[in-house]
Unconditional design. Structure first.
Length: 196
């Protein structure tokens, strides 16, 4: 039997240290931007690749069903990586770098918000969509790790995991989701989920 306890301890220590370095002001800005989008009933477009695609789907579920189940107004999240047929058609006919930007063209309206997820901050298809949103005058929330890459620099709000690990980066991106969901449960739905 292998003793993995030291490896477990090391991973958890890195996770906790990263959590302690998160920028609370940026999380607050993200919450305010999402609440404004909710109040005016605009759309939040969210997307990513690989594990970040799963994260994007999870955000859509947590806001569209989780919080919205208990509010009169509803969040309107749209995950651009969930329709496999559309992704494959755009990737095959136009190019993989356009799978997200193509879906925003002709749909992005003033007041809509884009949440772009890339651990490295340099995924070309994610950057293309984020740059297009900025050109249209829409706000971009970036979820990144490592040094944040190009995406962190162009974003209006940066939810950054300052760590050199894709696994912990993706963990932290889900912490952002559940943290914001918990806050909105309390402030928008009057449901207290955190007990002392």
């Amino acid at each position: 039997m292998t003793d993995y306890r030291q490896e477990i301890k090391t991973y958890l220590e890195h996770e906790v240290a990263t959590l302690r370095r998160l920028n609370i002001e940026e999380i607050d800005r993200a919450l305010n931007l999402l609440e404004e989008t909710f109040q005016r009933q605009s759309t939040v477009y969210i997307f990513g690749n690989g594990g970040s695609a799963a994260t994007a789907s999870h955000y859509q579920n947590d806001f569209n069903k989780g919080v919205s189940e208990y509010t009169e107004k509803k969040f309107n999240f749209l995950c651009l990586n969930d329709n496999v047929a559309t992704l494959m058609a755009v990737a095959n006919d136009i190019g993989f770098e356009e799978v997200f930007r193509f879906q925003l063209r002709g749909h992005l309206k003033p007041g809509d918000v884009v949440i772009a997820i890339s651990g490295s901050g340099n995924s070309k298809n994610v950057l293309n969509a984020a740059e297009y949103a900025k050109e249209c005058g829409n706000a971009v929330i970036a979820l990144t790790g490592f040094d944040g890459g190009k995406l962190k620099k162009l974003a209006d709000v940066s939810l950054h995991a300052p760590v050199q690990s894709m696994q912990i980066t993706e963990d932290i991106h889900m912490v952002f989701d559940h943290l914001m969901m918990s806050v909105f449960y309390k402030t928008l739905a009057g449901i207290e989920h955190l007990k002392e």
